[in-house]
Design a protein around this ligand. Sequence first.
Ligand SMILES: O=C(O)[C@H](O)[C@@H](O)[C@H](O)[C@H](O)COP(=O)(O)O
Length: 223
Amino acid sequence: MSFAPPTIVPSESLAQEAAKWMARSLQDALATRPRASLALSGGGTPGPAYRALADLKLPWERVDVFFVDERFVPPDHADSNYRLVEDTLLKPLRLPSSQVFRMEGEREDRDAAARDYEAKLPPVLDVVLLGIGPDGHTASLFPGHPALEEQQRRVLSVVGPKPPPWRMTLTLPVLLSARAVLNLVAGAGKADAVRRALAGDLSLPAARVTNTQWMLDPAAAGR
Ligand SMILES: O=C(O)[C@H](O)[C@@H](O)[C@H](O)[C@H](O)COP(=O)(O)O
């Protein structure tokens, strides 16, 4: 199976275009269902897209926010994906906590935290925002890690090479069953990983999420 052709967007409008893609996908889900689920990644790339999304008009009272992955740090830590999403999306929208399903990175028992998150996840996620690392990881699914082969568990705690090392992540079956998935990528440092993933190099975890639409800036598309 191959990917849909990537969308290439000027760097200055990447955040806005990603926000519009998320909004459209949420609207599509809400057209046929009472509520929609949105699962978000961390990292350095998506913050501006979340800020742009917060400015878009949507029936936010019908949207539930989930997480693709989380670092095992407290929610107010600078490395917390929750904190990123809180600062850029949840606070600007004043989204009530009843609509926010956080991965509990502050827990000592990491496996129990992952199992508890499985219980919170809906059967199918409507909209998922991913990123890719220069090594081809996506979510906190790293190249060569046994978590990549997981078929039963929907959420796992893993140790990865990207600091901070302890992570919680959705697994491939969850990502592959999602209704709309975007991989948002910026910068020349990702160009080689993007090229290899789009060419179907399955040693890259991002290449395994075959239902992904890619949105790249020209530097990330450079190879
Ligand atoms: O929390 C995380 O680290 C992620 O969710 C991770 O999968 C991220 O999307 C990529 O590493 C890209 O991250 P950057 O945007 O920082 O390059």
